[in-house]
Design a binder for this molecule. Structure first.
Ligand code: G6P
Length: 608
């Protein structure tokens, strides 16, 4: 979490920093700060709250002269959000200034040592340790001091650093937190993520672990931790700049929901050739696919919910046993990885700290890892043995919608491919599924266009205290995601439950008027679901159901029904999730919540 930017060049730095931070605010938004140097004085301004507070304080940067500077938007880990804990942080004589994304795990030990040596700390952050440690090692050579500090720090960091006696140089360092650098028309820029630099350049260099960059107006010099110069390749970013703008929508989340038909199309269409599924990036021969004995899926948040759905799809279609794990659990449970296991890491950002650690753990244990990743060139994409990209484009709203949708499509494609190669899906079956896949974009669009009806319904539940989501099989997985969307953006408590489990505890929470959202898209389970719906309804629940268009039986046990069009039974998640996303969205809008930036959350969770 946290976003960093830095600039050195001919232009005034502050406006560039503020604009870059605005594009990174999704990474953290409890406070922000910038430091700008005009060759005489380092000006620093920090403010708790959203970036706009800082922008107002600095008159959009005009009050801070200087052509070199660094900036930060924070998601607090060490020390509460406050002006003092906000970055940047100074050393004692204010000649070195640092911004940091990540966590210094041994900061307490380092802080103790530095305190013994007379250093005084003003903030509660781990970052301030870096500023003082740099001060301790600095003897006039920034590179030397930085590498010494790197040897002392444990944990993760992307840093932007200024040394006031090197007024034309900006330094940047990375370990396990994302960092990119590039040239603008009149200088050089660093940032945590591509959207912050797109306005200035499309050619960026992805900094790898334990690499250092010295940036000047004209140059970017790269070094390893032994201070040896290294060569780096430039990557050209193809994205449309508008993809990171709201484009007339009230929120990024709504815009991104509307981009789902395209995300689906872009993710499947390049992989269907002459009626066959071709996933070259998979890097597996048919023989290797046939020898898969088990699939393990590891992810966090919504990506984990994709894994939960995928389990039913792989097991049902390709008859391959699947284990799904939360990355934060997987990495510490000493997992048993047998031969013949294909391990999937699903991640939108490709930077989630737990997912990345799980990937490394799995590779150490000899697993072959396939990354299903949205952000091109991200850490998981680079470190996985193979990477299959989801082509959802940049996602800005903290609550994922289109990236989740694209991740589902990637799972369907893999499952169909595996089932076909393993002889469990014949050519006709495959052709039928491909036809259904092709219909999904239009079907999703139709459901989105039904948004007014869902908004009206949502407006009745703005005061809800608890909402339950129930389903069986794949529908349980959909419920998990529907419930997460609701709680993360509207702050209404909600819970997803496997419908058959309700009676083992949760049903005691049902009172007169409690809203229960029932998802029933699996024909074989209709009857069981209807029994569960009747059970809660007789105890006073108001039942809203999401079901297939032909299941009019559901009306018998529901107070309100939302129909989804007919599709393959393994694809229903892609349709049923749309009304649930809209429902969460409109409850949040109606309650006046900050939909795109829910409190306490960050989009890219690069800390444990
Ligand atoms: C955060 C985001 C979620 C996301 C999860 C995993 O919590 O808010 O939307 O599902 O991280 O992120 P990843 O980038 O690995 O998919």
């Amino acid at each position: 979490m946290c976003g960093i930017v830095g600039y050195v060049g001919e232009s005034q730095a502050a406006p560039i920093l503020l604009e870059g931070l605005a594009k990174l605010e999704y990474r953290g938004y409890d406070s922000a700060g910038i430091a700008v140097y005009d060759g005489v004085q380092v000006y620093m301004k920090k403010a708790m709250g959203r970036l706009k507070v800082l922008s107002e304080l600095t008159h959009d940067g005009e009050l801070m002269p200087g052509t070199i500077g660094i900036g930060h938007t924070r998601w607090a880990t060490h020390g509460a959000p406050s002006d003092t804990n906000a970055h940047p942080h100074f050393n004692k004589d204010e000649s070195i200034v640092v911004v940091h994304n990540g966590i210094i795990e041994n900061y307490l030990k380092l802080k103790k040592r530095l305190t013994e040596k007379g250093y005084e700390f003003v903030s509660e952050t781990d970052t301030e340790v870096i500023a003082h440690l740099l001060d301790y090692y600095y003897k006039g050579d920034p590179l030397e001091a930085i590498t010494k500090v790197m040897h002392r720090m444990e944990g993760s960091y992307a840093l932007g650093i200024l040394f006031s006696d090197h007024p034309a140089e900006l330094y940047a360092v990375r370990k396990d937190s994302p960092l990119i650098v590039g040239h603008t028309k009149d200088g050089s820029i660093i940032a945590s993520d591509v959207p912050a630099v797109l306005r200035y350049t499309r050619d960026v260099v992805f900094i790898q672990n334990e690499e250092i960059v010295r940036l000047t107006k004209e140059n970017m010099e790269f070094y390893n931790i032994d201070e040896e110069p290294i060569k780096k390749e430039t990557t050209h970013i193809e994205w449309d700049v508008n993809a990171a703008e709201k484009g007339g929508y009230e929120h990024f989340m709504l815009k991104e929901m509307y981009e789902q038909p395209k995300a689906i199309l872009d993710t499947f269409s390049p992989r269907i050739k002459d009626g066959q599924i071709v996933i070259e990036e998979l890097g597996m021969s048919d023989e290797e696919i046939k020898s898969i004995k088990k699939i393990m899926i590891v992810a966090c948040g919504s990506a984990y919910h994709v894994g939960m759905t995928a389990k039913y799809v792989y097991e049902g279609l390709a008859r391959i046993p699947v284990e799904v794990d939360l990355a934060s659990e997987f990495r510490y449970r000493d997992p048993i990885i047998e031969e013949g296991t294909l391990l999937l890491i699903i991640s939108q950002s490709g930077e989630t700290a737990d997912s990345l650690a799980a990937l490394r753990e799995a590779q150490e244990k000899g697993a072959r890892v396939l990354g299903i990743v949205n952000v091109v060139g991200s850490s998981i994409a680079r470190e996985a043995d193979n990477v299959m990209y989801t082509w959802a484009g940049p996602e800005i709203a903290v609550a994922t919608t289109k990236a989740y949708t694209a991740q589902l499509i990637a799972q369907y494609l893999l499952a169909m491919k595996f089932a076909h190669v393993r002889g469990l899906l014949d050519d006709m079956g495959l052709a039928g599924m491909i036809e259904d896949l092709k219909k999904l974009p239009a079907q999703v669009e139709m459901l989105l266009n039904n948004k007014n009806r869902i908004q009206r319904f949502a407006n009745r539940y703005l005061g809800a205290k608890d909402i339950f989501f129930i389903g069986r099989g794949i529908d349980h997985a959909i419920s998990l995601e529907g419930s997460l969307k609701m709680k993360e953006i509207s702050y209404v408590h909600s819970e997803a439950y496997a419908a058959g489990e309700m009676k083992h505890g949760t049903i005691s929470l049902i009172e007169e008027g409690t809203l229960v959202t029932a998802v029933l898209t699996q024909e074989a389970l209709y009857k069981k679901m209807i029994s569960n719906m009747v059970e809660v309804r007789t105890r006073g629940a108001f039942v809203m159901s999401v079901t297939n268009v032909d299941n009019t039986e559901a009306e018998r046990a529901s107070d309100y029904v939302i129909y989804i069009p007919k599709t393959n039974k393994y694809f229903t998640n892609s349709l049923a999730i749309i009304p649930l996303q809209l429902f969460g969205y409109y409850v949040a809008v109606g309650r006046g919540c900050d939909v795109d930036k829910p409190r306490n959350l960050a989009k890219s969770v690069t800390v444990e």
